[in-house]
Design a protein. Structure first.
Lengths: 400, 360
């Protein structure tokens, strides 16, 4: 049998069986369907567009298209003073504003080489961890919705509301705080903050457990996420993954511990990793599990901060802020562990201006999303939704 | 069987009613189930579901329109009536318009054989159960027409999924109902009900008459969830995957009609479940000596009360499941149908047969 060639399309084969019998075989003609998922789609978490080539329910290839929420953060950052950039960082990952401000302020403070009061550090860590819980609650809740469970989502948002009101009490805003300033804080925390934080911690512990029982241990949920979208550790590192995504692949890497900043070295916390018993390491369930367990670790950090935070009468949270923020000439890369991974700011200063010469944001979800094409190959559409959900993107940060 | 020996059903009594040659009776016969569906969908279906889901999720639900928001559904209907009725330019107009109609008719026709009391039945067919199973399958045509006619990829996915799902799940559902039919020895809905009545209330129900009846009961309940596209089997309209499935493109009253049909089918399968396994219009209360609870709670009005309450109970369970469970994946759904429910339905069938032949 000799293949003579392929005519027209690859579905037609012409072969010669013996001397004079030529067989023309033609497969049943099927076409791939181009399915444009987004930018307006319930499970793309914003305005992501995925161009999926589908073969029935199977996604042959999915190509993410970004930029629908592009707001020129990096260009704006070159046009405003350093303190003026802080509100812009809030709008990047709008679910974790505190963490963004924290990362940016860390970078600038590194360049300025200034000392931060201890109380400020503790408050920063506390609000950042609080915001991490809020962010993970949104991630878990929306993930539940992606998989069709509506109730856990509302439970998550109910608990998140408590966090938002706490942060609103401290900063005056619910989501876009502008609370952590370079060298200090906008305000000291209110008088009874410590008490109400402790109340929240006691309130939230059983709720986190309830959420775990309702969603994470649900048989259908496990069936939908276990073994889906497996990312091996080495490939994850090559893609530059960070945060819960990388830990979901079994890599023990957390900037709060591996590259400690602020008062994290004094605090005791575990870095949760999937053990491979409940989930397969690297799958969607592992990533979800890491987030669910991280919330409890954040609670522990908050408790420790509440114990150790120095109490000072008449504390001025703006005392350490320089009169004029004009860093020396040089460049710096400051990074912090965001709920979605490593958020870094690379800042170049010329030493003369009060504005950065260049400010590059290394966005965690943008990098995490880059693996989408790899992960989505040959998945079913429902699994594709599960994978996008497990990446936990915030388009504000992806597009900046 | 009937308290009125000269008439089998209320519909027969009414059909004869004419005023000056105008067949008023026939119109009333046709209108009663329609009015029932509309009222039930308005009150329990939409408002009830919103309130029940709200209480499950630590919310209040609709509270603004009227006391406790009871007029919310009316406000919604008014809103839907005012909405522009959009037919997409690229849609197949005929299929697009006829889809919701077929859906609604399919769900509405099944009400003809639902017995709401000893004589309160639209048509007491001798193949009533068979008719009920068959006529619901017409909805598949409506869904396919709606999905295909919309000329939208999401709708098409929803329609194809829906057809695959409903056609598959009809098999375990039918076999499970066959077990009930086997215990009754008849396919007439009234006949099945009459066989389950007796002085001891629930003891006479088929679910408690045979030690294996729980198996077809459960199988039918699960399969019926899939047949009416309710969670966790709501993959044809999976909002996070397919936007809204086969009714993505529908607006205004066409959308409302699809919803009405869905709630109609929900009650339909719940009522069939209670007729076949839980005695339909029979009172579950037993006579205990001189306290003749069963006799006190039996009668035409009580019959309607019991079957509607049983139906509402199962609808409540459907809502409960919907607001608790995540959604299955397409292949898991098919796995559940063909490799779990169908074999177990056959096992239930054989066990019921053995029980009926040798044990009774």
């Amino acid at each position: 049998m000799q293949e003579l060639g392929k005519a027209e399309s690859s579905t037609t084969r012409i072969t010669r069986q013996n001397d004079n019998v030529v067989v023309i075989e033609k497969d049943l003609d099927t076409e791939h369907m181009l399915l444009s998922m987004g930018p307006q789609h319930p499970s793309t978490h914003g305005v992501l567009r995925l161009e999926c080539m589908t073969d029935g329910e199977v996604v042959v290839q999915a190509e993410p298209y970004l930029g629908y929420l592009h707001r020129c953060f990096e260009k704006y950052a070159e046009k405003v003073d350093y303190p003026g950039i802080v509100p812009y960082t809030d709008r990047m990952d709008y679910l974790a504003g505190m963490n963004n401000e924290f990362a940016f302020c860390l970078a600038v403070e590194k360049l300025l080489e200034i000392e931060i009061p201890r109380r400020v550090e503790f408050i920063r860590v506390m609000v950042a961890e609080l915001n991490r819980i809020a962010s993970h609650l949104v991630a878990i809740g929306t993930y539940a919705i992606d998989l069709g469970a509506f109730t856990p989502f509302l439970f998550c948002f109910r608990d998140r509301e408590h966090i938002l009101s706490l942060l609103e009490w401290a900063s005056g805003a619910r989501m876009l705080y502008n609370y952590i300033w370079i060298g200090g804080l906008a305000y000291d925390v209110p008088a009874d903050f410590r008490k109400r934080m402790a109340e929240f911690v006691t309130y939230f512990k059983p709720k986190a457990r309830e959420l775990y029982r309702l969603l994470t241990e649900n048989e259908i949920f496990v069936q939908r996420t276990k073994g889906i979208g497996i990312m091996p550790a080495d490939v994850a590192i090559n893609f530059g993954w960070s945060g819960p995504m990388l830990r979901g692949s079994g890599v023990d890497w957390d900037l709060r511990r591996n590259d400690p900043y602020s008062v994290y070295p004094e605090l005791e916390f575990k870095v949760p990793l999937p053990d491979g018993k409940f989930s397969e390491v690297g799958d969607c369930l592992s990533r979800h599990l890491v987030r669910a367990l991280e919330m409890e670790e954040s609670l522990k950090i908050i408790e420790q901060c509440l114990d150790r935070m120095p109490e000072e009468q008449g504390f001025d949270s703006r005392a350490a802020i320089p009169k004029r923020i004009r860093p020396r000439a040089g460049e710096v890369y400051g990074r912090a562990e965001n709920p979605r991974g490593e958020l870094g700011f690379y800042i170049v200063s010329d030493g003369k201006s009060t504005k950065p010469l260049r400010c590059k944001a290394r966005s965690s979800c943008f990098v995490n999303l880059s693996a989408m094409k790899e992960l989505s190959k040959g998945q079913l559409i429902p699994d594709l939704v599960a994978i996008i959900g497990s990446i936990d993107i915030v388009l504000g940060e992806v597009d900046r | 069987m009937s308290p009125l020996p000269f008439l089998n059903t209320w519909s027969e009594a009414l059909s004869g009613l004419t005023i000056k040659g105008f067949p008023l009776g026939l119109f009333i016969v046709a209108a009663v189930p329609l009015v029932f569906i509309a009222l039930y969908a308005l009150t329990y279906g939409v408002y009830g579901e919103r309130k029940i889901s709200a209480f499950m999720q630590d919310r209040l639900g609709p509270m603004e329109v009227g006391k406790w928001g009871i007029l919310q559904t009316l406000a919604d209907i008014l809103k839907l009536l005012q909405k522009e009725d959009i037919v997409p330019t690229v849609a197949d107009k005929f299929l697009f318009v006829i889809g919701p109609g077929i859906l609604f008719v399919g769900s509405f026709l099944a009400f003809a054989v639902l017995p709401f009391g000893p004589a309160f039945i639209g048509a007491d067919l001798n193949v009533g159960l068979f008719y009920a199973i068959g006529i619901v399958a017409i909805e598949v045509v409506g869904i396919l027409a709606a999905g295909w006619g919309s000329n939208n990829k999401w709708s098409l996915y929803g329609a194809v999924r829906s057809v695959a799902q409903i056609v598959s799940y009809e098999i375990p559902a039918s076999i499970a109902l066959l077990c009930g039919a086997m215990m009754a020895g008849t396919l007439s809905m009234q006949g099945i009900n009459v066989l389950q009545s007796g002085p001891y209330g629930f003891v006479h129900f088929f679910l408690f008459q045979s030690p294996v009846a729980w198996l077809p009961f459960l199988i039918y309940f699960i399969a019926s969830l899939a047949e009416v596209n309710r969670a966790p089997f709501d993959i044809p309209e999976a909002e996070s995957e397919l936007v809204a499935g086969y009714f993505t493109e529908y607006t205004g009253m066409k959308f409302a009609v699809i919803f009405l049909a869905e709630y109609g089918s929900m009650f339909m399968v719940a009522a069939v479940l209670s007729v076949v396994f839980l005695g339909g219009w029979n009172s579950p209360l037993p006579n205990i000596g001189p306290v003749t609870l069963n006799n006190w709670t039996s009668g035409p009005a009580w019959g309607a009360f019991w079957i509607i309450m049983k139906g509402f109970f199962f609808i409540f369970v459907q809502m409960w499941l919907r607001w608790t469970l995540p959604r299955l994946r397409v292949d898991q759904l098919m796995y559940l149908c063909w490799k779990v429910l169908t074999p177990f339905a056959f096992i239930g069938f054989v066990l019921t047969a053995v029980w009926e032949i040798y044990m009774r």
